[in-house]
Design a protein around this ligand. Structure first.
Ligand code: M6P
Ligand code: ZN
Length: 196
């Protein structure tokens, strides 16, 4: 049994696209830099930053609209602007636990990229600006990267039961990193990449 309310009658909530939140909201997850230490390439830069502070890298809020026969879920994520060394702030990234589960992301503020990789190691990067909608097919790990000076905010639509598998992509790392060079985002192959 999951702990969520049952929504058997229609219900609405109100999103603030500037702030990247919505009301009413009961489920909030905050990821600070110390929660994300394994995903950044420059471990020295990471340690140097953590000595000074432990900033919020991103927050996500979600509303699980669970009924006895369905579990559509709405989420909104705000990634703050920032870098670790020259690598931009980004989400942890995950596969879905259930291999038949897709997801739709919609960028509403800021700019960046969605990095995607499947189990065969095929890599794709989708460039984002407000209004970009990306369909994530089943079997593709997904990570959003904020390459802008302000927050990157995106909506997510998925089934709660899709689940999060963080471990698989964490083991190998994504094939490419996004770093800043001469004020521009540049893809480089991940030096810490291990074969899956
Ligand atoms: C979106 C959805 C959530 C996800 C969140 C943060 O809102 O895909 O399911 O949890 O982004 O991403 P991550 O779980 O990779 O940290
Ligand atoms: Zn997902």
């Amino acid at each position: 049994m999951h702990p969520y309310n049952l929504y058997t009658i229609p219900v609405s909530l109100q999103v603030n696209f500037d702030l990247g939140n919505f009301e009413p909201c009961s489920e909030l997850i905050v990821r600070n830099l110390s929660d994300l230490s394994s995903i950044f390439n420059d471990q020295q830069a990471l340690q140097d930053l953590l000595v000074v502070e432990n900033p919020v890298v991103y927050e996500f809020r979600y509303a699980p609209f669970v009924t006895p026969v369905s579990d559509m879920t709405f989420g909104i994520t705000r990634i703050n602007p920032g870098k670790v060394g020259n690598e931009y702030y980004m989400t942890k990234g995950h596969f879905h636990e259930h291999p038949d589960q897709p997801e739709i992301y919609t960028c509403v503020r800021g700019c960046g990229y969605l990095l995607l990789e499947n189990h065969a190691g095929e890599f794709k990067a989708e460039q984002w600006q407000p209004g970009t909608v990306t369909h994530i097919p089943p079997g593709w790990a997904h990570r959003a990267v904020n390459t802008g000076d302000g927050p990157l905010i995106f909506l997510a639509f998925y089934h709660l039961s899709a689940g999060h598998d963080y471990g698989t992509i964490e083991k190998t790392g994504f094939a490419s990193l996004l770093i800043e060079q001469e004020d521009k985002p540049v893809f480089i192959s991940n030096p810490a990449r291990k074969s899956g």
